[in-house]
Design a protein around this ligand. Structure first.
Ligand SMILES: [Zn+2]
Ligand SMILES: [Zn+2]
Length: 440
């Protein structure tokens, strides 16, 4: 079934009915013709295999409904009871952000701020921004400030870490066993539902259907002539064709600055990788928190925390924390360094696999935040006077720096650099191709 209420409806009269335009792959810059796809099919890049586009029936209304549900769930998650601790008759109630606010009281304001913005602040901006865009678009109107709001949402989406926060809550609940009885409140269910609804909303969004209300459409296949330069917008993906790229310094559709490649990508990524490497050492040497029971307890580093989980018999969680806190940041820095060196050496070796490697570093990086959420949750929850107390330490701030900087490093790398050398020897480089169709 072809979804005719998506981007493929209402083609302008001056263009051939079969010409839906051309787009460039954002990972390797190969040009592809846009063609109608049945619901469930995904169009992939013929050269590097990156996802290009899909057709979702009634995408705008579907997304709108999901983001309205997400807003309701976010409010519930913040205002309902999150977790109740019961230790020897002493009850401690907490809401979602209790942990983050108690970090401010413990003079760990930076950490508290990171937890607040990534677990609630950015998801809230993403949800409200999408509602701002989708409400008028659902009525066929162009939203006010369409480009800037879309770009803000795009920039904040990778930093909305609700799923990671949920996993942090799970580890915190396990750590608290034996210390107190943990009763999850309604907000826990709301956060789980919010995570699923946000994932569904992201999957239902069809950018080309949404951008149709802007009145700017991608260039037609006939506009692509041999030898013309093309520039693809980093934010909305619109292809710009021109002999003189200086003519278009801004995207015609979203207003973002246009560049052939991300500006100073290699230098910027190297600087961030080096900074993260420097911070990795104090992050592992200094303790991240002290869990004191009956006034006694010693400071825990990331590794001794993992040992604690192992000696408690929680092998699965110990593996998750070890993987997220140590293996992921280290692997990510090594992978980025390797990619930067391979680009510098103008390598043409297995560019498809190197693109996969890059996509992996982007995907897994955020999961390292689990340790930061763990510290915040335990600090907020475990304030039981003499019975038990959790104090955060400076190691957590260093570790938070490592995670944030490695994420920034992955975002500043431009994967198209991997393909630039191979493109020079590729006669098909400037010709639009058909996308590969996948149903998986
Ligand atoms: Zn590609
Ligand atoms: Zn754009």
């Amino acid at each position: 079934m072809v979804a005719d209420d998506t981007l493929f409806a209402k083609m302008p009269a001056d263009r051939k009915q079969s010409d839906f335009g051309v787009m460039a792959c954002h990972s390797c810059d190969r040009l592809h013709t846009i063609e109608p796809r049945a619901f469930g099919e995904r169009a992939l890049c013929s050269r590097c295999g990156t996802f290009l586009y899909r057709s979702v029936p009634d995408s705008i209304n579907r997304c709108l409904a999901l983001y309205i549900a997400a807003l309701a769930l976010l409010l519930m998650a913040n205002f309902c009871s999150f977790i109740t601790l019961d230790a020897g008759g002493t009850q401690v109630h907490s809401v979602l952000l209790t942990g983050a606010f108690s970090l401010f009281e413990q003079e760990m304001g930076v950490l508290g701020l990171v937890v607040i913005v990534t677990s609630v602040g950015f998801p809230a901006v993403v949800i409200l921004g999408m509602l701002w865009l989708l409400l008028p678009a659902s009525q066929g109107r162009r939203p006010w400030l369409m480009g800037p709001v879309f770009r803000l949402v795009q920039a904040l989406m990778p930093w909305s870490l609700i799923g990671v926060f949920m996993l942090g809550t799970l580890v915190a609940a396990v750590k608290l066993q034996g210390l107190a009885t943990v009763t999850p409140g309604f907000a826990v269910a709301a956060v789980v539902a919010l995570m699923l609804v946000m994932a569904a909303a992201r999957a239902s969004f069809e950018p080309e259907a949404f951008w149709r209300v802007s009145g700017v459409r991608p260039p037609a296949t006939t506009d692509i002539l041999p030898g013309t330069l093309h520039l693809s917008c980093h934010d909305c993906g619109l292809l710009h064709i021109d002999d003189s790229p200086e003519k278009h310094s801004q995207c015609r559709r979203c207003g973002a600055g246009l560049h052939q490649r991300k500006t100073d990508s290699v230098q910027r990524t190297w600087a961030l990788v080096a900074s993260a490497c420097l911070l990795l050492l104090p992050a592992n040497i200094y303790p991240i928190m002290t869990v004191a029971k009956f006034g006694a307890g010693k400071p825990d580093t990331i590794l001794s925390g993992v040992q604690g989980l192992i000696s408690g018999g929680y092998w699965g969680l110990a593996f998750i924390v070890l993987f997220a806190s140590l293996v992921v940041p280290l692997m990510k820095l090594l992978m980025l360094a390797y990619l930067l060196i391979s680009v510098r050496r103008r390598s043409t070796w297995r560019p498809r696999d190197r693109t996969r490697l890059y996509q992996l570093t982007e995907l897994v990086g955020a999961w390292s935040m689990i340790d930061i959420y763990l510290v915040a949750l335990l600090t907020g929850l475990v304030q039981l006077g003499l019975l038990a107390n959790v104090t955060p330490h400076v190691g957590a701030v260093f570790f938070c720096g490592v995670v944030v900087i490695t994420m920034l490093a992955a975002h500043s790398f431009d994967p198209r650099l991997i393909w630039d050398e191979a493109s020079k020897h590729d006669s098909a480089a400037g010709r639009p191709e058909k996308a590969v169709v996948s149903t998986v």
